[in-house]
Design a protein around this ligand. Sequence first.
Ligand code: FMN
Length: 309
Amino acid sequence: MNLQVELPGRKQSLLLPNPIMTASGTFSFGLEKGHGFNVQDLGAVVTKTVTLRPRAGSAQPRTAETPAGMLNAIGLQNPGVATILRDFAPKWARWRVPVVVSILGATVDEYGRLAERLEGAPNVSAIEVNISSPNATRGGMEFGQDPETAAAVTAAVVQHTTLPAIVKLTPNVTDITAIARAVVEAGADALCVINTLQAMAIDTESRRPVIASTFAGLSGPAIKPVALRMVYQVAGAVDVPIVGCGGITTGEDAVEFLLAGATAVQVGTATFVNPSAPMDVLEGLRAFMAKHGIDDVNELIGAAHSASG
Ligand SMILES: Cc1cc2nc3c(=O)[nH]c(=O)nc-3n(C[C@H](O)[C@H](O)[C@H](O)COP(=O)(O)O)c2cc1C
C-alpha cells in the first residue's frame, strides 16, 4: 500500500511518508513524550507558530470547551526563533520525519526575516506561513483577510527561502478562494485550509466573556464541515497542493478531506482528547484503504470533484 504523498515546491518538494501531519499549536515542537506513538511514523510534524522574539502569550483563561470543539486564545506563546534554532533544531536533525516550522511576523518584513533565519536549519523541510491566527495583536488573521497583504507576506517569505511555503488560510473571510488565488499568484507552494473560526463564549453568572481576551478561535469536530467545504472550494480554484485541517478525528475524516482535494491533512484538537489521535487517524486511513482495495492513497485526492463531474 502506498501512503507517500508529495507537495511539489518551486525549488524543493515536500515528500511525506504518509499524509498525516500534526496541526500547529497542538503538538508543541514535537519533542514532548507521552503521545503513546512514535513521532517518526507521522507524515510530518508541524510546530507551534514561531515569532522573531519570544512571546508570553495571552492572559488566562485562554481555553474553553464548547459542544464538539474548543475555544483557544493562546496568543502565540513561544520561545522565539533563536531558541528554536539553538535548542530544538539539533534534535530535529536526528529525525526521519520532516519538520514544518510555522511562522508569524508582526510585519511583512518580519515574515521574510523569519524565513531567512530558518534557511538551512537541519531537517526543517517546509515553512507554514501563519496569516490566519485570530490571536495575534499584529500580523496573523489581519494579514490573511486582505488579498493584497496576504500576497505581500507570501512574496516576502518565498523571496527568502528555498523551502516550500505552505500558506495557512483563515476561514474568517467572505470568499476564501480570493485569498487562495492571491497567495498562489504571489508564489505559495501549497495552502493549509483552515485555521480556527473566530468565536466566543459568555459566562452567564459573571455576565463576562469566558476568554480573557474576549474572542478566541473555535476548533474541533464542530468546524469539520466548514473546513471540508473550504478545502473543496479552494481545490477548485487553485492548482497547488492543499493541506486540509479542521476537526479531523478519524481515518474517515481524513479520507473526506483527501476526496475534497487535500493532498495531506493535519490533526489538531483531537490530540487533546486522545493523545494518539494522529496515529489513530493514520491507522484509520490504512484500514479504509485496505477495506476498499485502494493501493495508492493518491487515488483518493480530489476524487469527489471528478465524481461530481
Ligand atoms: C490550543 C490551540 C493552539 C493553536 N495554535 C496555533 C498556532 O500556534 N498556529 C496556527 O497556525 N494554528 C494554531 N492552532 C490552530 C490549529 O493548528 C488548527 O488550524 C485548528 O485548530 C483547526 O484544526 P483542529 O480542529 O483539528 O484543531 C491552534 C489550535 C489550538 C486548539
